[in-house]
Ligand binder design. Sequence first.
Ligand SMILES: *Cc1c(COP(=O)(O)O)cnc(C)c1O
Length: 387
Amino acid sequence: MIVDDIAERPALEATIDLAAIAHNVEVVARRSGAAVMAVVKADGYGHGATPVARAALAAGATDLGVATVAEALALRADGITAPLVAWLHTPTTDFAPAVDAGIELAVSSTRQLDRVITAAAHVGETAVLSVKIDTGLARNGVGPQEWPDLRDALAKAVADESIVLRAAMCHLARGDEPEHPLNDVQAARLDECVRELDRLGVAPQVVHISNSAAALARPDLSRDLVRAGIAVYGTSPLPEGYGLIPAMTLSAEVSMVKKVSAGQGVSYGHTWTAPHDTTLALLPAGYADGVPRLLSNRLRVQINGRSYPGVGRICMDQMVIDLGTDSDVTEGDRAVLFGSGADGGTTAKEWAATIGTIDYEIVSGIRGRAQRRHVTSAVSGVPEVRR
Ligand SMILES: *Cc1c(COP(=O)(O)O)cnc(C)c1O
């Protein structure tokens, strides 16, 4: 149960359980056998980067990871002092404030390295770097063709004392297929790059490969650290759940309850027609808030512990629920759209499966009128971690 200590709740609320975040960090640490970097990019996958970062660090995470320098600077501005790396840059990214704020920069090209060195000289501080190596994802990271140049430039920059090389990292293309041979190929390629750096006398202090899926299912790929995103937020990217607890609950106040007669079409296009006299509930949540329109006529919500179907088109701001003929739901009751699933309710992962996407997209897409509230649940409901 969520500890609910405020009387007035927003009409549409994303409740974030920081006890679940802490529990999930512990699960990842135990399964991976490595230090945990909590990935809090995209505002903590829609959960709020700073509160999630604090909860994850308190639960034993050692590092934080984000995509952009702007995201990293926002965490520093909120007083987060933990090791923090940003890995996605553009030719106009200003590295100087990042170096000044002690943010580790993962570089993917010699151009980026040169610009970080220039920024560090300008600020008058040594930049702490990671090198991000493309071992097979073919997305960000230095590719095999440019690697020898970047490797040698890194060695020179370390020798010049213009940078410290803290880490070498790569990202898996098929981490969510734990047994796929590409995972081992990618790990072997990274290990080889690390050996090359070592031979040049600039071995990185830390090596990391794994995302959530690999952290949970392939502990043999854990090097010094795993970069866990979605698992920290409580879902497993694999069929097995690993005892993770979804941290976000999306709930809405029932705005209106009204009776309609048999044969009444509901919402735009009348895609659903009441088969008998029934009672409808209106919820102030729509696709502008991140409820996918594709879930029209394909979702269920829980109100007062009972499950009811969503009917008719999901609109920009609102959606309709069929309460049937014997419901006690009244205006002002609270509907849970998705949550931990513990009480038989729907999860974001189920929404994603229904419409052919992943829950990363669902939770990071909650927006609009949804207001976030951070709570800490009583831990008694947290299941024991399975090793
Ligand atoms: C987003 C991201 C992660 C986290 O991935 P999850 O699947 O959410 O654990 C890890 N590493 C990099 C480079 C990423 O961009």
